[in-house]
Design a protein around this ligand. Structure first.
Ligand code: 0X9
Ligand code: ZN
Length: 321
C-alpha cells in the first residue's frame, strides 16, 4: 500500500521469498528449517548459518539466536535482522576470513519473522496490530480483540501473580489459554530447547533499551550473570549507542511468559531484548519509510550483534564493542 521499503510476508519477493532465496543460493552455509505453522498456515521459518549447514547436525556448534518480529507492528525489528543475516552471508561470500572462520565454529540462527500471521495482517488490515492471529472467540474472523501476545505465552512463570500479562483475550498482553498454547511460541521454544543458544537477541521496538532477564520479577540482581553487563555494557558505556542496558522488570515493566526469561532459565541462554529506536522522535511503532534511517538503525546495532557471534565459542571472554 504505497510502501517503498517494507515488504510483507506473502507478497512475491517478500520476506518469505527472500529467506527461501538466501537458502537456495548459499547451500554451503545456509539451511532453511521450518519450525512450525501459524494459525493461518504460514510457515514459521528459521535459517541456520554455519559452514556445511546441511551436513552438520543442528546444535552441534555453539549457537546464537537472532529473532525478531514477535510483535506484528514492530517492522524495524525484522528490517535490521534481515540486514544482519545479509551481512554475514555477504561477508562470507566476499571471503572475509574472520566471518569464514566464525561460521566454521559457530552456528547462527535467524528467525526474522516470528509472527508471520500478525506481520501480514499489519499490511492488509491494521498497521498497529501487535499479537498473533488466534481467533479468540472462534467466530471465524479476525477482529479487534483476537490474538495472543507471543511475548507472554512462554512456559516460564506464565501468568505469574497475574501481573505483567493479561488473562483477558481482548487485551494487548493476552497470554493465551495456556503456556505455549501458540504455534509461534512452540516454534521458538522448540528451537531454543534443541540448540540451547549461548546468546539470543530478541529484537523489538521501540524505546532504545537493551533489556535482559528476569522480566517476571523486579530486583533480580544485575550481576545475576555478570555476562549481561560484560556484553551489554552500562548506562555510561552501552554496547548499542544510546540503548541503556538493564534488567527488564526494573527498567521497563514486569512481564511473564516472556521469551528471554524462558531462554535464560530453560537453556542457560544470555538473552537480550533490544528495543530499537523510532527513527524520528514521535514515530513510535511506525518507523519511517526511509531506507537511510533503517540503515542507520542497523549500523547502530551491528557491533553488539557481531559481538554475540564472536563470543559464542568462548562466552567467558565476551567480545563487547
Ligand atoms: O512488552 C514487551 O513484550 C516488550 N516491549 S514491546 O513494546 N516491544 O512490546 C518488552 C519485553 C521486555 N521485558 C520486560 N519488560 N520485562
Ligand atoms: Zn515488541
Amino acid at each position: 500500500a504505497g510502501y517503498q521499503v517494507w515488504r510483507s510476508w506473502d507478497q512475491p519477493g517478500g520476506i518469505r521469498d527472500e529467506l527461501a532465496d538466501v537458502a537456495r543460493r548459499n547451500p554451503q552455509i545456509v539451511k532453511l528449517v521450518t519450525l512450525g505453522r501459524s494459525h493461518q498456515g504460514r510457515d514459521i521459518i528459521a535459517l541456520k548459518l554455519t559452514q556445511g549447514a546441511r551436513d552438520v547436525p543442528d546444535g552441534s556448534r555453539p549457537a546464537v539466536l537472532y529473532s525478531s518480529l514477535q510483535h506484528a507492528r514492530e517492522w524495524i525489528s525484522a528490517e535490521v535482522n534481515r540486514r544482519l543475516l545479509r551481512h554475514f552471508v555477504d561477508q562470507w561470500r566476499a571471503n572475509n576470513q574472520e566471518i569464514k572462520d566464525l561460521l566454521k565454529s559457530t552456528e547462527l540462527w535467524f528467525v526474522v519473522v516470528a509472527n508471520p500471521d500478525g506481520y501480514q495482517y499489519t499490511f492488509d488490515h491494521e498497521r498497529l496490530w501487535r499479537k498473533n492471529l488466534r481467533d479468540n472467540n472462534g467466530d471465524g474472523q479476525i477482529t479487534v480483540g483476537d490474538g495472543v501476545d507471543p511475548n507472554r505465552n512462554f512456559n516460564e512463570h506464565w501468568g505469574h501473580d497475574n501481573e505483567g500479562s493479561s488473562p483477558i483475550p481482548a487485551e494487548e498482553t493476552y497470554r493465551g489459554p495456556g503456556p505455549a498454547s501458540e504455534p509461534e511460541t512452540r516454534a521458538m521454544a522448540g528451537l531454543i530447547d534443541r540448540v540451547k543458544p549461548r546468546f539470543q537477541s530478541n529484537l523489538h521496538s521501540y524505546g532504545q533499551w537493551l533489556l535482559y532477564p528476569q522480566g517476571w520479577q523486579t530486583g533480580t540482581p544485575d550481576a545475576d550473570n555478570p555476562l549481561y553487563v560484560a556484553l551489554g555494557g552500562t548506562d555510561a558505556k552501552p554496547a548499542i549507542p544510546g540503548f541503556n542496558p538493564g534488567q527488564s522488570a526494573d527498567t521497563l515493566y514486569v512481564t511473564n511468559g516472556e521469551t528471554t526469561d524462558y531462554a535464560d532459565t530453560k537453556a542457560g541462554t544470555i538473552a537480550y531484548t533490544p528495543e530499537l529506536g523510532e527513527g524520528v522522535p514521535g514515530a513510535g511503532f511506525v518507523f519511517p519509510d526511509d531506507e537511510a534511517l533503517i540503515q542507520a538503525e542497523f549500523a547502530k546495532i551491528l557491533p553488539f550483534h557481531l559481538g554475540l557471534a564472536r563470543s559464542a565459542t568462548n562466552p567467558a571472554n565476551p567480545v563487547s564493542p
